[in-house]
Design a protein around this ligand. Structure first.
Ligand SMILES: Cc1ncc(COP(=O)(O)O)c(C=O)c1O
Length: 398
């Protein structure tokens, strides 16, 4: 089965992991800070806090921003459940802002309208908004940032898909990597094997704020400090530590960090290969008469972003969606669907959401298929995939 995404592991990656296995520290050693510094340097951010998943990073990001009971967090329905669950872990409520049907990312205009309505009706404004950079395409961050200043919310970018994406929002200014937190308080990366670079499981929370970085570091490791300057009384001795807040064990191991550090050296290569495959899919779709005239829609990429292409989604006419998906799977292509709108999950339906609440995310879901895209995708796979889709779309319905 050719999956929709998978890791690319080199001999150097393996050697880097083995070298940690032969060293004194499997965890809490020197490689995690090395990985953090390398990521920080790559994206131009002051602090990187590596953790054991993006889910954990989202959780401690909400905790660091004091999300709690009585607060509301808004995110995109077109995402993995973790983007919303992080607020529930903190005892807060979740609400959603629909996507722009062209970019598949949170619609900044819809956000503005919801905020306005919220203020008018006296409903609780969001404490935090979590825009999700779907497939690696950055949301319109300057617009969302302007709204954050007007309405007083904080921003956590869910950039789980967007490691290696580059944005240039301002004409005449140099482009910069997603992760610089120019328009957000915290940005979150995922290093799951289907993502751009991997640590097996893993994630990171990035921030420009010294204070937030301190909180994030404490929260990932039980809320414990060993720094005398942070303690409430003089140290009792070399063994002494203090627990200052209720944290968790969300630490990344040095084994994982070694893999991440080695993978990071090939980030540009990975992005180049993903972008090449995406361009190839686009040209195959354009050249296939059965897929013309909008029969298959793809994500619109605004000129401000050069995306990582964690995903490449073909939007199939609803009536052929299931048939195309099954035909691809039956032919050995492990395609998938990203995403079932979060608010339609039974857990969220029980919390009061309903089908119909966010129609753009729901319409998109009814036609979405994520096609295989990863460095090392076998030659000929995109041609075969597009051929199967074209055949199914051309076939009369049973
Ligand atoms: C948008 C988004 N956010 C968060 C996550 C959670 O990432 P992780 O598996 O590293 O916890 C994922 C994982 O697929 C994701 O796609």
């Amino acid at each position: 089965m050719i999956p929709y995404g998978r890791q690319s592991i080199s001999e150097e990656d393996i050697a880097a992991v083995v070298s940690v296995l032969r060293s004194d520290f499997l965890t809490q050693g020197p490689v995690v800070p090395q990985f953090e510094q390398a990521v920080a340097q790559k994206v131009g951010v002051a602090h990187v806090v590596a953790v054991n998943s993006a889910t954990s990073a989202l959780h401690i990001a909400c905790m660091a921003l004091d999300v709690g009971p009585g607060d509301t967090v808004w995110t995109s329905p077109n995402s993995f459940v973790a983007s919303a669950n992080c607020a529930i872990y903190c005892g807060a409520e979740v609400d959603f802002v629909d996507i722009d049907p062209d970019t598949l990312c949170m619609d900044a205009q819809a956000l503005a309208v919801s905020l306005q309505e919220c203020r008018k009706s006296g409903k609780t404004l969001p404490k935090v908004v979590i825009p999700v950079h779907f497939s690696g395409l950055s949301c319109d961050m300057p617009a969302i940032h302007r709204l954050s200043l007007e309405y007083g919310f904080k921003i956590i970018e869910d950039a789980s898909h967007a490691v290696g994406s580059v944005v240039g929002f301002m004409m005449g200014e140099p482009a910069e990597p997603v992760g610089s937190c120019r328009f957000s308080d915290i940005c979150v990366f995922s290093f799951h094997p289907v993502k751009i670079i991997t640590t097996g499981e893993g994630g990171a929370a990035l921030t420009q704020s010294d204070e937030l970085a301190g909180r994030l570091r404490a929260l990932r490791s039980h809320g414990i400090t060993r720094a005398e300057g942070e303690m409430t009384e003089p140290s009792h001795g070399g063994w002494y530590y203090q627990m200052l807040s209720l944290g968790l064990n969300y630490r990344m191991t040095d084994i994982q960090a070694a893999l991440g550090l080695s993978q990071l050296s090939r980030l540009e290569q990975f992005i180049e290969q993903r972008q090449k495959i995406a361009a190839h899919y686009l040209s195959l779709i354009a050249a296939e008469p059965k897929l013309g005239e909008g029969a298959v829609k793809t994500q619109q990429i605004p000129s401000y972003c050069s995306p990582s292409y964690h995903l490449f989604v073909a939007q199939i006419p609803m009536e052929c969606h299931r048939r195309c998906f099954d035909a691809l799977r039956d032919s050995g292509y492990g395609v998938n669907v990203h995403y079932i709108p979060i608010h339609t999950q039974p857990y969220y339906l029980e919390r009061g959401f309903a089908w119909g609440d966010f129609p753009h995310s729901e319409d998109y879901y009814r036609g979405a298929i994520s096609l295989p895209i990863y460095p090392g995708l076998p030659q000929g796979a995109p041609e075969a995939v597009i051929d199967i889709i074209a055949k199914e779309i051309g076939r009369p319905s049973a």
